[in-house]
Design a protein around this ligand. Structure first.
Ligand SMILES: CSC[C@H]1O[C@H](OP(=O)(O)O)[C@H](O)[C@@H]1O
Ligand SMILES: Nc1ncnc2[nH]cnc12
Length: 290
């Protein structure tokens, strides 16, 4: 496998990464449409890094309108092998207070207005997704969290909702009854698309609020999310800095099957494939479509 290149997908309140060296913002074009922003190239302790603010700098793009396919395809085109998503989330459990970090290990996808696959009619594939988060990335992120002393929980389900409105109380309580830990609007279909593109993916959920279910806390507002995020910005930055050398040194391939997800996934017979659909997959599936 090629060298590890780490992509950070920055969520709400995270529109750049500091400490990167040899930086440049570069426009990447994707056959899947408009990428949220230019991608920041750089190095951290000699490790190649890429950074993409998923809502664009200035938070221009709503979670429903982010072009997740273009973003993941663009990251792949820049050589990214593994993506760390740093996201603001609501808490669905008493024991996960604002300021706490959660390393999610599963997702429930309740989004419904987004393109969710690179593989469409003309080139169909079904990747395995029973272990949706990269264990290799989470091991490194957990080591880094311990090293720098951030309160965190390993494991928990991230409920992805469509938004952009926050949940109703009935929805919030429904997701709690399903045992979900955190709620956000973006990590699906991002995680699905990263798996299709054979990249590792992990979610660092930074808890910013108790959504709207908690009787002793006010319902979530953007003001509250941003206030907690600003208070946590330093923690997020330290985490990335501490995790990067660990990820670069971690053995490959990822045991969760991220880096060879397409090996047995393509089902469309070679002579039934649509050349136009296949052409767009040059980055995502170039390894197996060569
Ligand atoms: C600003 S509150 C709602 C917004 O925040 C989260 O964004 P991200 O996942 O990109 O950090 C949430 O998913 C919503 O998009
Ligand atoms: N309560 C919440 N619901 C959905 N997305 C969020 N992002 C931050 N807090 C959130």
């Amino acid at each position: 496998m090629a060298e590890t290149i780490i992509g950070v997908m920055g969520g709400s309140g995270i529109y750049e990464i500091d400490g990167l060296e040899n930086t440049r913002w570069e426009k990447i074009t994707s056959p899947f449409g408009t990428v949220s922003d230019d991608i920041l190239f750089g190095e951290l302790d000699g490790v190649q890094m890429r950074f993409l603010p998923r809502h664009g700098r200035g938070h221009r793009i709503s979670p429903t309108e982010v072009n997740y396919r273009a973003n993941i395809d663009a990251m792949k085109r820049t050589g990214v092998t593994d993506i760390v998503s740093v996201s603001a989330c609501g808490s669905l459990k008493e024991e996960l207070p604002p300021g706490h970090f959660v390393l999610a290990d599963d997702y429930i996808d309740r989004t419904f207005a987004r393109e969710k696959s690179f593989f469409t009619t003309g080139c169909v594939a079904h990747v395995a997704f029973g272990e949706p988060v990269s264990k290799r990335l989470v091991d490194c992120l957990e080591d880094a969290l311990k090293e720098i002393g951030i309160d965190y929980t390993r494991g928990g389900t991230y409920l992805a909702m469509e938004g952009p409105q926050f949940s109703t109380k009935a929805e919030s309580n429904l997701y709690r009854s399903w045992g979900c830990s955190v709620i956000g609007m973006t990590n699906m279909p991002e995680a699905k698309l990263a798996r299709e593109a054979e990249m590792g993916y992990a979610t660092v959920a930074m808890v910013t609020d108790y959504d709207c279910w908690h009787e002793e806390h006010d319902d979530v507002t953007v003001e509250q999310v941003i206030k907690v995020l600003l208070e946590n910005a330093e923690k997020g930055r330290s985490l990335v800095k501490a995790a990067v050398p660990k990820i670069a040194a971690a053995p490959l391939p990822c045991p969760s099957g991220c880096h060879n997800a397409l090996e047995y996934a393509l089902i469309t017979a070679p002579d039934a494939r649509d050349p136009e659909v296949v052409a767009k997959l040059d980055a995502v599936a170039g390894r197996i479509l060569k």
